[in-house]
Write a protein that binds this ligand. Structure first.
Ligand code: FRU
Length: 535
């Protein structure tokens, strides 16, 4: 890393320069190659001039860049080529549906397909001359400034394709449903697939089946009693990705969330930190469903312009339904472990109340750390006040330096030697009636001496019973990103940080315990991560 670029990542996807967002317009796999398309500004480090940049990979770790796949070239997309998705048709042909901005600045949906199907890189895409294939009209009452981001289509048992497009009507978020027999001529359904009161605009919706039994992924068109369906949307208002789990009633062509799942700001999230406009795709090479998300900067626009880039992609995650059907589980794809070098391995280390332990011999700037804790002395757990229902709020009130009974304990990452700077990823255990509640936090408040950054603390409740289960944490550290997975993927928190001292050889890694009860590190493994070949 050049000294003037301490925040560029080494194994997260990012182009050499400029703005990225909306991430994946749609990841897909074709002829054994993974394709990543992403929203990109070829002219600067802020949003604008949006095209679909394109890279391919054999392993989802190392990437080869190509020229932009889709860029403004016809009336229906002359003011921008926004998000969309690819669908692989039964004959193997990939087709992209994407949002174009027309000369009236209306959002319309367009069709593109590869020029040459024998090119595994699918470098050139051609558009239908009569685009758009879906547009707001007087008759359909669609809001022309809130009609975007078509999903991957699914084929119903009636041989008709279906696709949803994100929208809103007043404050109601909408998944507008369209159907087609030939993928070219699309008819709007009378009812949306689903809608949610009071949420505002649904950006980048995603609708897919998950197996009720195990981690194996399911192709997008599967509808049977061995799957549940997931509807995810990105709320423009809060900039978070929310999901519900439910049933796709094919007879009514409606999605119905299961009892207990809500369409609201307090709904379940893929990630309780920074992670937006994500999408999944079914990887038929390895029979898994993979989730990719975009992680924006937390630095000032001025700093983004100075460093010349903005936005990275999170590490792709395999995603599946937990065994009780109550939430999704996410775990970094195993391919990323190819980058691991020089394991440091500790086991059965007592972490006394009020102590810290430096993990040396790790290149703390780009590392993969897995730690598990065994907790005892549950009578020391602090009581959970019934009004503490917002985990993020609780983590900001009780940051890493606020001493407790059971916890806070966890990791200081991207920490300067004297702890002038650190990002703390940790747990705190509370008692609520006769049960224990685990809070997972990522505290950025001390991450940088530079005050221009957004240092909001993030938090999530972790559905693990600490009396019977070990409490585990995996954290992927890469210069300015910290991606944490609690309870083997039950809660994920991604943060962006910009240390001024904890850069280069100034970055350190510690385990810490600021509770008054000792905890046992049953195992801690840390690896240096090699640099991925990204351009
Ligand atoms: C998501 C998003 C999409 C839109 C695109 C524009 O971040 O706002 O709704 O299609 O980005 O770049």
């Amino acid at each position: 890393t050049p000294p003037n670029q301490p925040y560029r990542t080494s194994y997260h996807f990012q182009p050499p320069q400029n703005w990225i967002n909306g991430i994946l317009n749609r990841p897909m796999v074709y002829k054994g190659l993974y394709h990543l398309f992403y929203q990109y500004n070829p002219k600067g480090a802020v949003w604008g001039n949006i095209v679909w940049a394109h890279s391919t990979s054999k392993d989802l770790v190392n990437w080869t860049p190509h020229d932009p796949a889709i860029f403004p070239s016809q009336e229906s997309d002359i003011n921008g080529c926004w998000s969309g998705s690819a669908t692989i048709l039964p004959n193997g042909k990939p087709v992209i549906l994407y949002t174009g901005i027309n000369p009236q600045n209306q959002q319309v949906q367009n069709y593109a397909e590869p020029k040459n199907l024998s090119d595994p890189f699918l470098r050139e895409w051609v558009k239908l001359p009569h685009n758009p294939v879906m547009a707001p009209t007087q008759a359909n009452q669609i809001n022309a400034s809130s009609f975007r981001d078509p999903t991957t289509a699914w084929l119903g048992p009636d041989k008709r394709w279906r696709v949803i497009i994100g929208s809103k009507k007043n404050r109601r978020g909408l998944a507008i449903l369209y159907r087609s027999k030939d993928f070219v001529y699309w008819v709007k359904a009378k009812h949306p697939l689903h809608s949610g009161k009071g949420t505002g605009m649904w950006e980048c919706p995603d609708f897919f089946p998950v197996s009720v039994d195990g981690q194996v992924g399911v192709a997008t068109s599967v509808i049977d009693n061995k799957v549940k369906h997931v509807l995810k949307y990105s709320l423009d208002d809060t900039k978070h990705d929310y999901y519900t789990i439910g049933t796709y009633n094919f007879a009514l062509d409606k999605y119905i969330p299961d009892k207990g799942f809500v369409d609201s700001y307090s709904g379940l999230r893929y990630d309780y930190g920074k992670f937006y406009a994500s999408k999944t795709f079914f990887d038929d090479i390895k029979n898994r469903r993979i989730l990719w998300g975009w992680v924006n900067e937390s630095s000032s626009v001025n700093d983004d312009i100075k460093k010349g880039w903005s936005g990275v992609q999170a590490i792709p995650r395999t995603i599946w339904l937990d065994k009780y059907g109550k939430q999704l589980i996410q775990w970094p794809i195993p391919e990323i472990e190819k980058l691991r070098l020089n394991m440091v391995n500790l086991s059965n280390k007592l972490l006394k109340g009020g102590s810290k332990l430096q993990i040396s011999n790790v290149q703390a700037l780009q590392a993969d750390v897995e730690v598990s804790f065994k907790v005892s002395g549950f009578e020391k757990a602090e009581k959970l006040d019934p009004s503490w229902t917002d985990p993020q709020m609780l983590c900001s009130r009780k940051g890493a330096s606020v001493k407790g009974g059971l916890g806070p304990f966890g990791l200081y990452v991207l920490a300067s030697k004297g702890l002038e700077e650190y990002t703390a990823v940790f747990f705190r255990i509370f008692k609520s009636n006769e049960k224990y509640v685990v809070l997972m936090c990522s505290d950025q408040s001390r991450s940088s001496l530079n005050e221009d950054n957004d240092k909001t603390t993030y938090g999530a409740f972790l559905n693990v019973d600490p009396v019977y289960e070990t409490l585990s944490l995996r954290t992927l550290i890469d210069h300015s990103i910290v991606e944490s997975f609690g309870g083997k993927g039950k809660a994920c928190i991604t943060a962006r940080v910009y240390p001024t001292l904890a850069i280069g050889y100034g970055a350190n890694l510690f385990a810490f315990n600021n509770g008054n009860q000792d905890v046992q590190i049953t195992s801690l493994k840390a690896w240096n991560m090699k640099k991925a070949m990204i351009y």
